[in-house]
Design a protein around this ligand. Structure first.
Ligand SMILES: Nc1ncnc2c1ncn2[C@@H]1O[C@H](COP(=O)(O)OP(=O)(O)OP(=O)(O)O)[C@@H](O)[C@H]1O
Length: 395
């Protein structure tokens, strides 16, 4: 029996055992519910089956070009310049927040703030390089049978959607989703040992409610008109996503068309309060099914490309009503995501076992695609206009 997890939220089956190696093995059972069961090993996989990788979540940052002549309030420290630091050399980005004179001349307010990343992409970085460094490895590992997730995180207007989906004006501006689709369809042509099939889903999460963006009825005029997606849990505590379309795409063009349908629904049904800013999380899911030549067994893996809602905190005194409700949901779901990422890091270090996936719809949906040997990357997009730098530091 399936029981509802959240009052009116959202089936693709998700792994539940936090301790498992998350490579999806070949299975003879093609049903969605059984297909992703952990370690139902039916057929050997030739590559790196026995390699239990330590979970490493790579975190990158990307600076958005500014429309203004920006005063030099940020800097990038290359790892080789950071000679005093004996930890693993990583690049850093620093921000200067001048002391507020309103607090008097003598105050100890910190002015310089530095943050480490696996790599910092400066404002001139092209979309191609972002795909090559941030996404290609994750996409390749999905084709090898692992689940993977790429997040874009940052304040409103800092370039999350540009990074994940891309800009509409120039072909070279296409983002991680269209480039991943192109890469996947090219790569599966080369891999002749397996018959691949690709399915696409597109989920929007607004105020902890899930909506299916691949609705092609063209009747949606607002978010609530889209089919609602539900999380359910079965007797074995496995979580399923109900009512989310998973549509086959036989080539890149069909897959891009589905992206287009989803993005159109995203625009038409923009969240009520602020058309300028995404107040919802959007997850583009590419499911790769591989059937070995001459075998009945199939293997299924998933790539989640996540455009998170703007991360800025809104002072409670300045807003109310719908805006306050949205801000609470966004902050809470980002907080739960942060908790999961911290827990995964601690688990990789052997310090804990339990990962608190159940707290939010997003972490529940992503639970089989984070940690273990799933490849996960996050790209923090940053806008460096002075007023926005202060937002970064406060968050
Ligand atoms: N690296 C970049 N190069 C050129 N233009 C960019 C870049 N990043 C963002 N932009 C432009 O900046 C504007 C805001 O970017 P975008 O919509 O991606 O921000 P966002 O973080 O997704 O914002 P929101 O949270 O409000 O949805 C867009 O016009 C986008 O085309």
């Amino acid at each position: 029996m399936l029981k509802n997890l959240q009052s009116d939220i959202s089936i693709i089956t998700l792994n539940n055992d936090d301790n498992t190696d998350k490579k999806n093995d070949f299975s003879n059972d093609s049903s969605d519910d059984k297909n992703l069961k952990n370690n139902t090993k039916i057929d050997e996989i030739d590559s790196d089956d026995n390699v239990e990788e330590i979970s490493t979540i790579k975190i990158y940052s990307r600076i958005r070009p500014s429309k203004y002549k920006v005063p030099n309030r940020y800097w990038i420290v290359k790892p080789e310049e950071d000679v005093l630091n004996d930890e693993k050399p990583l690049p850093k980005i620093g921000f200067l927040i001048p002391r507020s004179e309103s607090q008097g001349l003598i105050n100890n307010q910190k002015e310089k703030h530095e943050f480490k990343f696996d790599r910092v992409f400066d404002k001139d970085t092209k979309q191609e390089e972002i795909f090559d460094v941030v996404a290609k490895d994750v996409v390749l590992s999905v084709l090898d049978g692992y689940n993977g997730t790429i997040f874009a995180y940052g304040q409103t207007g800092s370039g999350k959607t540009f990074t994940i989906t891309g800009g509409a004006e120039r072909y070279e501006d296409r983002g991680i989703i269209p480039r991943s689709l192109q890469f996947i369809f090219k790569e599966i042509q080369k891999r002749t040992d397996c018959e691949y099939s690709i399915n696409i889903s597109y989920l929007e999460i607004y105020n902890e409610n899930g909506y299916d963006l691949l609705d092609s009825s063209r009747e949606a005029k607002k978010l609530e008109d889209l089919p609602k997606v539900y999380l359910m849990e079965d007797d074995e505590n496995r979580i399923h996503i109900r009512n989310l379309a998973s549509i086959p795409a036989v080539n890149e063009e069909e897959a891009l068309n589905l992206l287009f349908i989803g993005d159109t629904n995203r625009v038409i049904s923009e969240t009520p309060s602020n058309p300028e800013s995404s107040r919802s999380h959007c997850i583009f899911i590419i499911t790769v099914v591989c059937k070995r030549q001459g075998h009945d067994a199939i293997r299924k893996s998933k790539l989640h490309l996540v455009d998170l809602a703007g991360s800025e905190r809104v002072a409670k005194t300045q807003i109310g009503g719908t805006l306050l409700k949205e801000a609470k949901y966004i902050n809470l779901s980002l907080h739960y995501l942060e908790q999961v990422i911290i827990a995964l890091h601690e688990k990789a270090l052997g310090k804990r076992q339990h990962i608190p996936y159940r707290n939010s719809m997003m972490t529940s949906v992503l639970r089989d695609s984070l940690g273990g040997n799933c490849k996960t990357t996050m790209i923090a997009t940053i806008a460096v206009e002075p007023e926005l730098i202060e937002v970064i530091i406060k968050n």
